[in-house]
Structure formats: C-alpha cells, structure tokens
Design a protein around this ligand. Structure first.
Ligand code: NDP
Length: 362
C-alpha cells in the first residue's frame, strides 16, 4: 500500500525528548503535514481545549508523546500529579481523537508498566502478572490505563489505536535537571561537571551491579513510525485485542558500573569512580524482550557508545547556547555590548575548550 505523505499527523508533546525525535523521523520519511502545539498553546488536561483543537484541525493520525514524566524523585514526591495528569491527558486525547474520526493513534507507555519482579527479559505477556515497583506505581497505573483505553476503543468502535512500551531512552534534547533526570543525563551532567571542576572522584549510588537497558531516542522514534506504518493485518497478527502493546528496546543490558565508565570516557573525565554501597540498588536487572518488534522487521541501529557521543555533543552545544544567551541578556545596552565583545568572545572560546573533549571539537 502506498504511504500517504500528506495526511495530517498530530504529534502531542513535540517539544519533549521523544516527541521531538518523532517529528524528526516523520520529516525524514517525507511527511509534510505535521501538526504541533506547545504546552502553552494547548493544555491537554483541559477537555474543552482538546475538543476544540481536534474539531478545528481535521487530524488523520496521532502520536501521543505528551505526558508528565520524571525520575524516581519526582514520581515519589508528586504521585498525585503523575497519576492525575497522565490519566487526563491520555483520556482527553484518545477520546477526542475517536470523536473526530481519527482512525490511527500511537500511545506511548513505558517499561515501568511491568511487575517489578518480572522474569527477564520481560515479554509483553508479563503485563498485570505481579506487583508494580512502588516508587512509580501511580505513573505505571496511568500508562496501563492508556493501553486499555486504546484496546477498548478498538474493540467497541473499530479504531486502530496501537501502543508501544519503550525501555529507558536517552539522546538529544534530554532533561538534565539535577533532581529530576533519568540515569544517563544525570551521569553525563555529573561527569561533565566533575571534569570542569577537576574533581578527584565521582560517587555513584549503589554497588554498580544492577543492569539496565538503554535505547537512543532517534531509534525509538524510527521504531514508532515503523509500527504505525505496518498494515492492520500485520499488526493484528502479532498482537491480540486485549494484549496489543509492543516492547521497544535493544534487548541488551549493561551494568551501571560499565555504563559509568563508558560515560566517563565519552566526557573525557579521568578521575576515580566510587560506589556508595550504603545506598539502595533497585531491581537487579531490567531488560525487554524485543522478539515481537524484531519479528515485525525492526532492529535498533545506534549502539550505546555512538549514542552517548551524539548525546554529549548535543549537551555541550546546548550548554554553549545557554552561555551565549545568558551573556547576551547581561549585555543589554548596545554600547556595553561593544565594550565587552572582546572579553565575551574570549570567555566563550575558553568555555568551548573547557567543555568539549578534544575529539569532539570542530
Ligand atoms: P518529556 O517530558 O521530554 O516530554 C513530554 C512533553 O509533553 C513535554 O513537551 C511537555 O511539555 C508535554 N506535556 C506534558 N504535560 C502536558 C500537558 N498537560 N499539556 C500539554 N503538553 C504537555 O517526556 P519524554 O519525551 O521523555 O516522554 C514522552 C513519552 O515517552 C511519555 O509517555 C513517556 O512515558 C514515554 N517514555 C519515555 C522514556 C524516557 O526515558 N524518557 C522511557 C519510556 C517511555 P512541558 O515540558 O512544557 O510540560
């Protein structure tokens, strides 16, 4: 079947890590009608706004990558916000999509929907076969409800709403917040700052032995578009009406200690790495079974080493842009700007040399 490159595709959450990668993947494939709204322009918890948006925009297809997302700290501190906002955003988008005849939609869940003691690697059939990890249970419950919403609309109304469960993601545009980021951006930032400050060591929580799986976000976006482009009968022959979600990952995991070494090497940090074994380790292993995805003809193409180099490059580029912006803000008068131009350029080139490792300088 020929792909319709002119269909109107709404990417919800296009400013985020995953949504921005999905927009890149769609553009790369030649889709031209990509509809986006920032959070300021469209509040997805507001049913009236979502209703008006779908009524006005004649959307053909939806990628639902808008969600309230965060690490353990945020999930544990704001459990009510995580369950409420995710339930309402996904309910509004899925219901208004159906009301406005959107036949195809992709819902993004997360591997945290699976029981904390699920057998490894985790296959799709493990859903609801055990207790969830308590630290992110409210978020996981909302995501499970999202899968069930899609399946219920498919069963009752004949829609084609699909769900994917990505593993841990990382890449360009990630969140580097000190308390609210995932493991790779958090470690990249800490090793980078340790390098700039000539710190003798970086301390990592736990023993370093837990194993985790990571997927580069542009691979995740390619897999999402691949799944949306599958013919109905192919998708249906690999899923069932009440178990329709598909894992997206690499199927390979890495010990946190090895990950830390790889990140230190990527950043160019040469100090010691220490492990604070008094801190908890969490689940010993978390890795997805991706045999369903592979049997649908998709495998990842960016390995962890290259993905980290790309990610660190974008982190440095964004840091430079932020430095440039804050300098520009400080120099508000034209005359001051000219007077300080020499020292500004000097500072900027010094900070570029400080933060970008030799191999990455252009
Ligand atoms: P981000 O936080 O980077 O992006 C989410 C986007 O959604 C942001 O642009 C955010 O805007 C927007 N958004 C959130 N709430 C609302 C709202 N009420 N109205 C309008 N826009 C809103 O998250 P990710 O890209 O990392 O995650 C996207 C999806 O991928 C989620 O469903 C997540 O569960 C899934 N996923 C992500 C993983 C990861 O490692 N990052 C792993 C597995 C799954 P703003 O920032 O302005 O609030």
């Amino acid at each position: 079947m020929e792909t319709d490159l002119y269909k109107r595709i709404y990417v919800a959450g296009h400013c985020g890590l995953v949504g921005s990668a999905i927009v890149r993947a769609l553009k790369k494939r030649g889709y031209t009608e990509i509809i986006t709204r920032t959070h300021d322009e469209l509040e997805l918890t507001n049913q009236e706004q979502v209703r008006d948006f779908f009524a006005e925009e004649a959307i053909d297809e939806v990628y639902l990558a808008a969600a309230r997302v965060g690490g353990i700290y945020a999930n544990n501190t704001f459990p009510a916000e995580f369950i409420y906002q995710n339930l309402v955003v996904q309910t509004n988008v899925i219901h208004e999509a159906w009301r406005n005849n959107v036949r195809k939609l992709l819902f993004l869940g997360s591997s945290c929907i699976y029981p904390r003691m699920a057998p490894q690697p985790i296959d799709e059939g493990c859903l609801m076969k055990g207790e969830l990890e308590p630290t992110n249970e409210p978020y996981a419950m909302a995501k499970i409800a999202g899968i069930k919403l899609c399946e219920s609309y498919n069963r009752q109304y004949g829609t084609d709403y699909r769900s994917v469960m990505p593993t841990n993601l990382y890449g360009s545009g990630d969140n580097y917040h000190p308390q609210n980021s995932h493991v790779i951006p958090a470690l990249l930032r800490r090793f980078h700052e340790a390098k700039i400050n000539d710190a003798a060591s970086v301390v990592i929580w736990g023993t370093g032995t837990p194993r985790r799986e990571f997927l580069y976000v542009d691979d995740m976006a390619e897999a999402s578009v691949h799944i949306m482009e599958l013919e109905d009968d192919i998708y249906q022959s690999h899923t069932s009406p009440m178990s329709s979600h598909i894992n997206i990952g690499t199927g390979k995991d890495i010990a946190i200690s090895d990950l830390a070494e790889l990140i230190a090497k990527t950043v160019g940090y040469q100090g010691e790495i220490e492990f604070d074994t008094s801190k908890p380790d969490g689940t010993p292993r978390k890795c997805l079974d991706i045999s369903c995805l592979q049997s649908l003809g998709w495998t990842p193409s960016i390995d962890l080493e290259n993905g980290l180099i790309e990610t660190y490059f974008s982190y440095c580029r964004d840091s430079i842009q932020n430095t440039r912006r804050s300098h520009a803000r400080a120099l508000d008068l034209e005359s001051q700007k000219r007077r300080h131009e020499f020292s500004f350029n000097n500072t900027l080139s010094k900070s570029i040399n400080n933060i970008i490792p030799e191999g990455l300088r252009q």
